[in-house]
Write a protein that binds this ligand. Structure first.
Ligand code: GGG
Length: 347
């Protein structure tokens, strides 16, 4: 019996993870769920966004189903205590370095996409985002300069091993799809990106069957809205991947549709919608649960060796969307629970 750590978090996190859990329970997979607070909710309850009990549960569990963190009530806290530190801490502590963020347009969502329908229909890609390095984890500081100016700095750093292991995930992921890998960097300006590009090219020697190309991140952002159909798998760093995947979500209809998996080298993972806590709609039953439900499907596929069940959930989401089920972000009026009901109807 697999143990799932359910870390719902803040804002709409509890609403969407409750629906993902309901879908998993209907499938009767013999999963046991254990809940623990994380993010702002944990700061309120225990004075820290990632309390030791929550980290311990995450370590013990076979997989982690995560909602969202972020709470404007804690914007004034020093960085170490802000809710977002919980997800960064979990990724670092558990070695969850590989973030898979698939983005595709579900048939029927053309109207919701920011792109023209004929272009939107072509989006079907996976962003492989490095998750435990880059400016997110480099040395940080504040000081006052000799001229009396306040200065902040975040060190962007990668070593070759960190780049090589995420590059391998990129190549392996490409092999499961159309075998086209794009590496995104800013090698014309950044030293870290020059190292990134050198190492990705070195790793490519082991994947002669995968077509590799490179693109600067600014061009990649432009190409994403011009024609996302040109992309299959994109491998990139932590910051660039964070930004490009939010952009991809609007091409695919809504950030409420994009799931993600954060994996370690052994396949253990944390699964979460890419969206944040959306405090503006929290507690109103308006959030789209599809990204959380699709994240649960990724959990079955990547950590629990249940790919057929994952296929069933994904097909049920596609059927619900094709049948016209829409929450507000997709231009509809369904509540969070009613949207999940529509998905359950297809199971
Ligand atoms: N479910 C995603 C979430 O809670 N995002 C909040 C956040 O701050 N994430 C930082 C990141 O993804 O790097």
């Amino acid at each position: 019996m697999a143990l799932i750590a359910l870390l719902a978090g803040d804002g709409i996190g509890p609403e969407v993870t409750a629906e993902a859990r309901r879908v998993l329970e209907v499938l009767d997979l013999g999963l046991t769920f254990e809940e623990a607070p994380v993010g702002g909710a944990a700061y309120r309850a225990a004075g820290h966004p990632l309390p030791p009990e929550t980290l311990d549960l995450a370590r013990r569990a076979d997989a982690i189903l995560f909602g969202a963190v972020g709470d404007p009530a804690f914007d004034m806290l020093e960085r170490a205590f802000r809710p977002e530190q919980a997800i960064l801490g979990l990724r670092k502590e558990l070695g969850l370095f590989a973030n898979l963020r698939p983005a595709r347009l579900f048939a029927g969502l053309e109207d919701a996409s920011a792109l023209k329908p004929e272009i939107a229909r072509r989006i079907d890609l996976v962003i492989v985002r490095e998750l435990t390095g880059d400016v997110y984890f480099g040395e940080k500081g504040r000081r006052t300069t000799t001229e009396g100016l306040r200065e902040g700095n975040d060190l962007m750093r990668y070593d070759e091993n960190e780049v090589a292991r995420i590059a391998r995930v990129g190549f392996e992921t490409a092999r499961t799809r159309r075998s086209i890998l794009l590496s995104v960097d800013k090698a014309n300006v950044l030293e870290t990106s020059q190292l990134w590009r050198d190492v990705v090219v070195e790793v490519s020697a082991g994947y002669p069957d995968v077509t590799l190309s490179h693109m600067y991140v600014d061009n990649a952002a432009m190409q994403m809205v011009r024609d996302p159909g040109q992309f299959d798998v994109i491998v990139t760093g932590n910051l660039f991947g964070d930004i490009l995947s939010d952009q991809a979500s609007m091409c695919a209809g809504s950030i409420g549709m994009l799931p993600s998996a954060a994996l370690d080298s052994a396949g253990k993972g944390l699964f979460e919608p890419i969206h944040g806590s959306a405090p503006d709609i929290a507690g109103q039953g308006k959030a789209n649960p599809c990204a959380a439900i699709l994240s649960a499907a990724m959990m079955l596929r990547h950590s629990l060796a249940m790919p057929e069940r994952a296929d069933r959930i994904e097909a049920a989401v596609a059927a619900a969307i094709a049948g016209g089920a829409r929450t507000g972000d997709l231009g509809g009026t369904l509540s969070t629970t009613a949207m999940a009901d529509a998905v359950l109807a297809g199971l």
